[in-house]
Design a protein around this ligand. Structure first.
Ligand code: FCB
Length: 456
């Protein structure tokens, strides 16, 4: 469907509009407020792990500038803000002593958001594991689930009277597979068995998190955020189709099946063979605790072909598609197909897009403006996909842009800008990009705006 057709397309009343960030990517102040070290401090300080050796030491200094950032969110008319809580600020050694100063920080942030009329959505784990736990086998250690349980208890005890939307884990695929199997994220291990063990424990942590939130915050809504994709092939052989099954198994079903069906997909269990983690009695029941919503992070489709490794990064497989600065394909249809499929195969009560967005190389602000037409077109197209999915009966209830502002993009450091707000890293000055101004109009109208409606 051409983008034109979505102009002025209205969303259902009560649809929620927000933006997302995560602690290590924005806070900085890594040695302040009693914060302990995280595995991302260690990893980013290890030579060769991030572009330019960038670290989150300062990031966008949100720890000191949160007040101003909340004011900016208010100006953009955001209705919801998804942030994450840094475990090492709350329990610096991973287990044991609770650091009240860490809780105080999020306490003030939550009050600030509520005063601004913005609904806080808290993610409990967005990858900054306390290093003390990293030193004890990190996510591979089954005891991590008990440590997480205690941490979630401390957080919900303090914030649960005001925070009612909770996300247990962000993207177990990335934290587990990219961190422990492919080694591009902290802690940088490269073993398939380690990746599978990490994911297994992340899903157990999710279940424990759900239990704690339910117990401490009876009126809470709780769910998990998965990064998911639509898998296609441009090939036409049986082997190509089989590759679609495999990639879907690895990217989607490995996570959706345990959470919604309480089992791992058989075809993949067979493929993983001896690398499979030990499944203890009760594990699958824990992973499949009832949730109130599914958070979906979607950025790009996956195109695969038999015999080609990491096919979605191979431009020759999908030559006609536009790519972002991270090399990711721009294909809104992938989001619509994904939402329809999740609804059909898994039937979550509600779905929220908890991340969607794109990195492009922005020019520096001129006269307070940053023109980012390609990012704006990306949002226009993907909101169209959301609108189409709702039209097909998908219970999509809200959308969070990734990200509120440019920030530390993990192994890409500061080289990739995902913000709808531009950050000058030398002055920390924030400037809303055209996309942010346009998005504010989308929110005000609850409808997709034409691409040239960039606000004032
Ligand atoms: C997701 C992460 C998020 C951000 C975006 C671009 O995988 O959850 O922190 O880095 O990608």
């Amino acid at each position: 469907m051409s983008s034109q057709n979505h102009n002025n397309a209205r969303f259902p009343d009560g649809f929620r509009w927000g933006a997302a960030t995560s602690s290590y990517q924005i806070e900085g102040a890594v040695r302040e407020g009693g914060r302990g070290q995280s595995i991302w401090d260690t990893f980013s300080h290890t030579p060769g792990k991030t572009v330019n050796g960038d670290t989150g030491d300062i990031a966008v200094d949100h720890y000191h500038r949160w007040h101003q950032d909340v004011a900016m969110m208010r100006e953009l008319d955001l209705q919801a803000y998804r942030f994450s809580i840094a475990w090492p600020r709350i329990i610096p050694e991973g287990v044991g002593r609770v650091n009240q100063e860490g809780l105080d920080f999020y306490d003030r942030l939550v009050d600030g958001l509520l005063e601004a009329g913005i609904v806080p959505w808290a993610t409990l784990y967005h990858w900054d594991l306390p290093q003390a736990l990293g030193d004890q086998d990190g996510l591979k250690n089954r005891d991590i689930a008990d440590a997480f349980e205690a941490y979630v208890g401390a957080v919900t005890d303090r914030l649960g009277d005001r925070v009612k939307k909770w996300i247990t884990i962000n993207e177990p695929f990335v934290a587990g597979f990219i961190g422990y199997w492919w080694g591009m994220h902290a802690p940088g291990e490269t073993s398939r068995a380690a990746g599978l063990a990490a994911v297994h424990n992340l899903l157990r942590m999710h279940g424990k998190g759900v239990d704690v939130v339910r117990e401490r915050v009876p009126d809470a809504r709780v769910g998990i955020t998965l990064n998911l994709t639509s898998v296609y092939t441009l090939g036409d052989s049986e082997a190509d189709e089989d590759e679609v099954r495999r990639d879907d198994g690895l990217s989607n079903r490995w996570f959706l099946d345990p959470v919604f069906k309480g089992s791992y997909p058989e075809d993949m269990v067979e493929e993983f063979g001896d690398d499979m983690p030990e499944v203890h009695p009760g594990d699958m029941e824990l992973m499949s605790r009832e949730t109130d919503f599914l958070g979906v992070n979607y950025y790009m489709p996956s195109y695969v072909k038999a015999g080609v490794e990491n096919a979605f990064f191979d431009p020759s497989l999908a030559p006609d598609y536009e790519r972002t600065a991270t090399g990711w394909l721009v294909e809104p249809r992938g989001l619509k197909d994904l939402l329809v499929r999740i609804d059909q195969d898994y039937g979550p009560e509600e779905i929220y897009i908890t991340e969607n967005g794109a990195a492009f190389d922005d020019d520096r602000p001129v006269d307070g403006r940053v023109h980012d037409p390609r990012r704006l077109a990306y949002y226009h197209g993907h909101l169209g996909a959301c609108h189409d999915a709702i039209g097909q009966g998908v219970p999509l209830k809200g959308y969070f842009a990734w990200s509120l502002m440019d920030n530390f993009e993990w192994s890409e450091g500061y080289s990739k800008r995902f913000g709808i707000v531009y950050v000058d890293y030398s002055t920390q000055e924030r400037t809303p990009k055209d996309t942010a101004r346009w998005y504010a109009n989308v929110i005000r109208e609850n409808a997709i705006q034409p691409e040239d409606a960039r606000g004032t």
